[in-house]
Design a protein around this ligand. Structure first.
Ligand code: AMP
Length: 199
């Protein structure tokens, strides 16, 4: 957990490789939807709002029943509110919650540099050490880089507001499981701190 731009997705990928368990980003699951469902989802997502709980819980439940989740998984972007957290408690036991802390000011700054690959979804930041080697091109697959509609300044402010009012209270529900990490460091230092504290 952590505010937008704290590096959740990046760290989840690193942790997933190190622990050999899958990384489930609910944002990616939703972005990969197709057809009429995609149109419905875009209305929520492009303005920075959460999609309805029943919908995301159904999608997540199906995903964690797949074979690659048998040894465990890392959730990135779920739960986002107390209702989702309570529903999750009925589905699966969570071992640890990694909370990556970041000020709103830094979050807005980082998101303003964020670009993603159209082909593989890889995330880069033009303002930090996570920038692509060639401007506008994905290092991994050569795909074109673009800015997410929900990374506009207005949508980011809305998403941060939701994070503080709806998502942060979850940390009280999982008090014993929360591991706090300082997000205002380099990608490698954050990964190291997670390794030291989570194992
Ligand atoms: P993310 O990639 O995690 O920043 O998510 C992008 C967008 O997907 C969010 O702003 C929401 O609109 C939607 N989303 C992702 N995860 C959830 C969730 N657990 N509950 C509701 N909406 C979600």
């Amino acid at each position: 957990m952590g505010p937008q731009g704290c590096g959740k997705g990046t760290q989840a990928k690193i942790l997933s490789k190190r622990l050999g368990i899958c990384h489930i980003s609910t944002g990616d699951l939703l972005r990969n939807a197709e057809g009429d469902l995609k149109k419905e989802l875009d209305e929520y997502m492009n303005s920075g709002k959460l999609v309805p709980d029943e919908l995301i819980v159904k999608i997540l439940k199906e995903r964690i029943q797949e074979a690659d989740c048998n040894e465990g998984f890392i959730l990135d972007g779920f739960p986002r509110n107390l209702n989702q957290a309570n529903l999750l408690k009925n589905i699966v036991d969570i071992d640890k919650i990694v909370e990556i802390g970041l000020s709103d000011e830094e979050a807005v700054k980082r998101i303003s540099g964020r670009v993603n690959c159209k082909m593989c979804g890889e995330s880069y930041n033009t303002l930090t050490d996570a920038h692509p080697k060639i401007e506008g091109k994905c290092d991994s697959c050569g795909g074109e880089l673009f800015r997410r509609a929900d990374d506009s300044e207005e949508a980011v402010k809305k998403r941060l507001e939701i994070y503080h009012s709806e998502t942060e209270p979850i940390l009280d529900l999982y008090k014993d499981e929360v591991v706090r990490i300082n997000g205002e460091q380099s990608i490698d230092s954050i990964a190291k701190e997670i390794e030291e504290k989570v194992g």
